[in-house]
Design a protein around this ligand. Structure first.
Ligand SMILES: C[S@@+](CC[C@H](N)C(=O)[O-])C[C@H]1O[C@@H](n2cnc3c(N)ncnc32)[C@H](O)[C@@H]1O
Length: 335
């Protein structure tokens, strides 16, 4: 074995150990460590009694989190929150806590551990583990649903305003947010455009958590429940943010076709997803793509993939508007 091959092996082994960091991040988020550091540094003993945890083990988790700047240990042994770790607080602006709990939930963790089945069997790993498709699993009880939908809203929260600002939305007509979750993006699109109306379309248990009812949007929003494979409400602009990536090509064409059928003349369908770059560089879409493979039946797509979907649904790709987030607005119009 040469020195280089030793270094390569050591590197790959370190990579394989990498999953323990998100596990520690999850543990800290689950017990609410950051909420108890908001007022300044505390010793592991103080933190342990505030969070009802074991002080020795809590210290070990914090020591690992400090290696990536989430917290910092001072020379006296106290831990403080860094500006990075501040985003772990439950009430931080754009708090990441719920998104971390969702992204490390066993509904994703267990399929990740079974990813080899995706390769050997050519299928998603989720149904084999949980006995039902992804969204059914999350709809089965309120607590499980909250993990996903609050997590999804938290994941979307920092990207909604930049997306709403990056695309030239009209100030008239009706925007339908298809599978819009709690409505964070629709709210940002309606803000500052007083002539625009919005419809939030999703499943009933999701709509119960919507946040559209604000002074600024008074009288300009409604919610509609239904199944986007069957029909969608009429509108001038459709938003499909992180929707098509959950589904396979045939299912995606069905969703797009339902939107095209309901689209007003001259209207637009905006697919807001990552456009996977064709290079070897890291990109969140390449990570989410294997998540979607293992836990759902979907995929992240390239520009050519979107063109093919649109053509099959009687649409054409008119332009791609990049945003400051990892997502782009892929605009489609009727042929
Ligand atoms: C990945 S989340 C995206 C939520 C939101 N657009 C965002 O970016 O935060 C997918 C959404 O699709 C909704 N959904 C799943 N299946 C659906 C269906 N058949 N009809 C309507 N909505 C559905 C889910 O409830 C969820 O809110």
């Amino acid at each position: 074995m040469t020195t280089d091959s030793r270094a390569s092996a050591a590197f790959l082994i370190d990579e394989a150990l990498g999953f323990w960091f998100p596990a520690a991040l999850r543990a800290a988020a689950a017990v609410g460590v950051a909420d108890h550091l908001a007022d300044g540094p505390r010793s592991p003993d103080e933190l342990a009694s505030a969070t009802g945890t074991d002080a020795g083990n809590l210290y070990r988790v914090l020591r690992l989190l400090a290696t990536r700047g989430v917290v910092a240990e001072d020379p006296e042994g106290g831990f403080r929150l860094t500006p990075l770790g501040d985003a772990l607080r439950t009430d931080a602006p754009h708090s990441a806590r719920s998104a971390i709990l969702m992204n490390t939930d066993r509904s994703l963790w267990w399929p990740a551990a079974s990813m080899d089945r995706c390769l050997t069997e050519g299928t998603s790993a989720f149904e084999g583990i949980f006995g039902m498709p992804f969204f059914e699993h999350f709809a089965q009880d309120a607590e499980t649903a909250a993990v996903f939908h609050e997590g999804m809203a938290a994941m979307s929260d920092p990207e909604n305003a930049p997306i709403a600002a990056a695309y030239g939305f009209p100030d008239a007509g009706t925007v339908v947010d298809v599978g819009g979750g709690h409505g964070g993006l629709l709210l940002e699109v309606l803000r500052g455009r007083p002539g625009l109306r919005g419809v939030l379309y999703d499943q009933p248990h999701v709509l119960a958590g919507h946040r559209l009812d604000t002074e600024e949007t008074k009288g300009r929003w409604s919610v509609a429940e239904g199944d986007f494979f069957t029909a969608v409400p009429a509108g001038d602009v459709y938003l499909l943010k992180r929707i098509l990536h959950d589904w396979d090509d045939d299912q995606s064409v069905t969703i797009l076709s339902r939107c095209r059928e309901a689209l007003a003349p001259g209207g637009r369908i905006l697919v807001i997803d990552a456009v996977v770059p064709r290079d070897n560089a890291p990109h969140q879409s390449k990570t989410l793509d294997v998540l979607l493979m293992a836990a759902l039946v979907g995929r992240e797509r390239t520009e050519a993939d979107f063109e093919a979907l649109f053509t099959a649904a009687g649409l054409r790709l008119s332009r791609i508007v990049p945003t400051p987030t990892v997502l782009s607005v892929v605009e489609a119009t009727a042929v």
